[in-house]
Design a protein around this ligand. Sequence first.
Ligand code: NAD
Length: 503
Amino acid sequence: MKVIGHLINGALTHNDDSGAGFRLQDVTNPSTNEVLGKVSLASKATVEEAIAAAETAYPAWRNTPTAKRVRIMYRLRDLLEQNADKICELITLEHGKVLNDAMGELQRGIENIEYVCSAPEMLKGEHSKNVGPAIDSWSEFQPLGVCAGITPFNFPAMVPLWMWPMAIACGNTFILKPSERTPSSALFIAELGIEAGIPAGVLNVVNGDKEAVDTILTDKRIQAVSFVGSTPIAEYVYTTGTAHGKRVQAFGGAKNHAIVMPDADLDNAVAALMGAAYGSCGERCMAISVAVAVGNDTADTLVEKLKEQIATLKVGDGMDNQNDMGPLVTSAHLEKVQGLIATGVEEGAKLVIDGRNLRTPGLEQGNYLGACLFDHVKPEMIIHSSEIFGPVLCIMRVETMQEAMDIIDRHEYGNGTCLFTRDGEAARYFSDNIKVGMVGINVPLPVPVAHHSFGGWKRSLFGDLHAYGPDSVRFYTKRKTITQRWPASGVREGAQFSFPSNG
Ligand code: NAD
């Protein structure tokens, strides 16, 4: 049986020197629930070994010219393109998303690396001549040391690529802890990083669970932690990491609403909603899970058109690109989503389409659930307050755009949102005032491109700086400002007791 281990100090290892023997966990194919292999869950000692390797590698890496660090990123980009099919297969086998969708995720990851290639430009700092008499001053961005990233199951290739390429391009060394449910693609990409020339110890991968995470959060040698996952764990990571003196950014869950205005092009809005709600089986932190229709006529038309489209949706094995949607990640997650659908019915929402009736001949053991559509969902319902993370779209009905915006603003999460309209004034008011971090106007998944940064508001992000883009340079560096003067030799100067200024 395949064992998915760790990458420590430039070498793959399955060993766990905890003395307590291996802890292994099944990795399953969501389409069949067949066991693909076992992931090794790192002990504290194994994580400490990785931290020690990263600490040892740090001084030489910090002093490696940025241009040389970045040259490795150019090579990695090429290797990712050459190995794209294999990476996407690994993603689909463990996650279940359709191959084309996996390719989209990988492409976004590659775009992050392309942005990272401009690190020399971003790290060049700021310089001022003659800030005082013959005094020059400059600010530079220095690396932090050993950094770590903890990532979720749903973007197993892309989210790690938000983190470690920029961290190491800035001169840090790194420990990545991928999701134990989808570990293979992140590990393989890290191996490609080594092939591209990343020196031993600069990038390490430890697979594992809470034990590995807690070791990362409490070890004094780790300076900064980036986390992406569910809100309860994000909050835990933020409070524990910061209590241990670390810089932490922790991205959490979401409930993303789209407002559909009466003037919207409803056919296009429906097409956009189909992809944003049901793509990747709804397992995206930017998935649209609520459509708030302004006016009953809008809602009625929306529901009718969605019903027609859902009837044409192809659900099946993600390895077949003819399918629109694959299975959910695990049987436990399927059960959780089915439970929430039952809750919605009990709460009195109208289940217009019940995906629990889906039949997938030959794949009966898989974690399949068809698209579900709820109408007449109310703000206080559990299916509205909680993140379902499945193929479930809720329709809410309101009379005005302001009412829809109030529902969004009151929600615990503030990751993404979208407005469908042809009214520029409404669009401008919405984007200016809505309390959400990423806003789309007729764009259902407004995931920022690599040269902008990604981040939600409210309980979708704990910390200040967003992921990738310009914020990531700030997150993975600390500013130092140097003020310098070389007095002419032989000139004697008296002590000055007033505060130095140009006054
Ligand atoms: P998760 O919180 O279960 O796991 C994320 C990471 O935390 C994994 O590496 C996991 O091993 C670790 N972890 C899990 N339980 C832990 C515990 N008790 N103590 C310490 N570490 C623990 O999340 P998931 O199910 O893998 O991913 C889905 C969630 O991630 C959704 O809520 C989704 O919205 C969110 N997400 C957010 C973003 C974003 O950018 N805001 C992006 C992708 C996913």
